[in-house]
Design a protein around this ligand. Structure first.
Ligand SMILES: *Cc1c(COP(=O)(O)O)cnc(C)c1O
Length: 463
């Protein structure tokens, strides 16, 4: 399997290279050159597979000959052993035709663990083989950073630098990142928003000299391997609900468009999905985009679902590439426009093609809280504010009679204040989280400038 850039001006890479590289040199995102396709029969044959076994079968075509099958199988088993639930990602029915897919049973209690645990093991394997060290830089709206710290702490060949928006993430999220007490972990609070953090990461990765000097890589969902690993749970849920015979809908709380793009990838690989619902909080650029094909970046609005307080949804680039018929020149024009004018337009063909599968709905703060309360009152199930956005959007905008799966992206205990504001109860902290709340934090502060982070590297990171 080869990987190509959405902007068409970088060399194709193999799996190992695409993992290590993160972002393409032409600033594009890597995509598989062709989608591996699973037939109806092959999909039927996967029902009743355990999560790790399913992960092995679905990801195998993406690996090419970068790993032997034994190596890959070992890496998968190691990665998912850290999940606390026997089903890894259990499916929990809450009403007729309504299911929660619980992706928060990994070590940091959010879905980011599903891919990041695997990335940790993969990086370690390839770096040992190459005899190299690497610096990984990561922008986070809260959960990616925590998952990355957990996956990379105490690994000799890796330094991890995490940028988070200062005072814009939950206390639990911050503690999870800043209390690792591990020499190779560097946390930086940036005076700005997640979009600022992500822009700094992209600037540093696009600075060839800097990138080479520090052997720099990225583990945001701009890294293809994150998306690849997330394909697995879409199949897992679909198979439990009668795929491939039955069609399924998914409603996905969306920020950077990584998770829902994994859903789209599952669809391309053969999973019969009827509707993919893009659920956003008040940062509603995607809802407006689906209405008229115009994407306009506004200022980030802070909400009670902070992991989705994002205006520039990076992985949308992958969908635009696919939906415009894989034309890199179109993507280059769009991204130029976005950079200069903070907005872009797509043609009717591309927009129609997106609307064949996707719908988009934004959910305001009041409705988010009401949904937390509603699911608590009716089902005695606590959902976190991100999950609530997905449930509300799905309920209000999906109109067919198929089963709908709401992606439950985080454990409610990660957002205790939002839960308390909705139902007047503080959720019980799992012991793993309770332990960290009293620990000393370690992090630095910088202003929102690429140069400030560059200077941080010069002071703190030696390779
Ligand atoms: C990251 C995150 C999201 C958004 O996922 P994207 O892949 O960025 O769209 C939603 N909910 C939670 C809890 C998250 O951590």
């Amino acid at each position: 399997m080869k990987y190509i850039s959405t902007r068409g001006q970088s060399e194709p890479l193999n799996f190992e290279q695409v993992l290590m590289k993160g972002l393409a040199e032409d600033k594009g995102l890597y995509m598989p050159e062709v989608w591996p396709k699973f037939s109806m029969n092959e999909i039927s044959g996967l029902s009743n597979f355990s999560y790790p076994d399913l992960a092995f079968e679905l990801m195998r075509p993406f690996i090419g000959d970068s790993l032997s099958l034994e190596e890959f199988s070992e890496i998968i088993n190691k990665s998912y052993a850290s999940f606390s639930h026997k089903d890894t990602t259990p499916l929990n029915q809450i009403n007729k035709n309504e299911y929660l897919l619980e992706l928060f049973h990994g070590p940091t209690l959010a879905f980011k663990d599903c891919a990041m645990q695997l990335l940790g093991s993969l990086f370690e394997h390839f770096l040992k083989k190459q005899g190299k060290k690497i610096n990984i830089i990561c922008a986070t709206s809260g959960d990616t950073g925590a998952a990355a710290v957990e996956a990379f702490k105490n690994k000799d060949l890796i330094n991890l630098v995490v940028l988070f928006p200062k005072n814009k993430i939950s206390r639990v999220q911050q503690k999870q990142m800043t209390t690792s007490d591990s020499n190779n972990i560097h946390c930086i609070a940036v005076e700005g928003t997640f979009d600022d953090c992500q822009a700094i990461v992209k600037n540093l990765l696009n600075n060839k000299q800097f990138k080479n000097k520090y052997n720099l890589s990225a583990v945001n969902s701009i890294n293809w391997v994150r998306v690849m690993a997330q394909v697995v749970y879409y199949f897992y849920a679909g198979l439990k609900l009668g795929s491939p015979k039955e069609k399924v809908n998914f409603s996905v709380p969306t920020g950077n468009f990584g998770d829902i793009f994994a859903g789209f990838s599952a669809y391309k690989m053969g999973l019969p999905i009827d509707v993919l619902c893009i659920a956003t909080n008040s940062n509603d650029a995607l809802e407006r985009f689906l209405k008229n094909g115009e994407y306009i970046v506004e200022n980030v609005k802070p909400t009670i679902s902070p992991s989705m307080d994002i205006q520039v949804a990076s992985n949308l680039e992958r969908l635009l590439y696919e939906s415009s018929g894989r034309k890199p020149e179109i993507i280059r024009d769009i991204m130029l426009d976005l950079g200069v004018n903070k907005k872009f337009n797509v043609d009717q063909f591309t927009l129609n093609s997106i609307k064949e599968l996707f719908i988009a709905t934004s959910v305001d703060e009041k409705s988010t809280k009401n949904t937390i309360k509603n699911v608590w009152d009716n089902n005695r199930v606590l959902i976190d504010p991100h999950t609530a956005v997905g449930v509300n959007a799905g309920r209000n905008s999906i109109s067919n009679n198929n089963n709908t799966v709401y992606i439950a992206t985080a454990h409610p205990a990660k957002f205790p204040d939002a839960i308390n504001n909705s139902i007047g109860i503080f959720p019980e902290l799992p012991s793993s989280v309770a332990n960290i709340m009293s620990r000393e934090e370690a992090y630095s502060n910088v202003i929102s400038k690429t140069e400030s982070v560059q200077e941080y590297f010069e002071r703190q990171i030696d390779l």
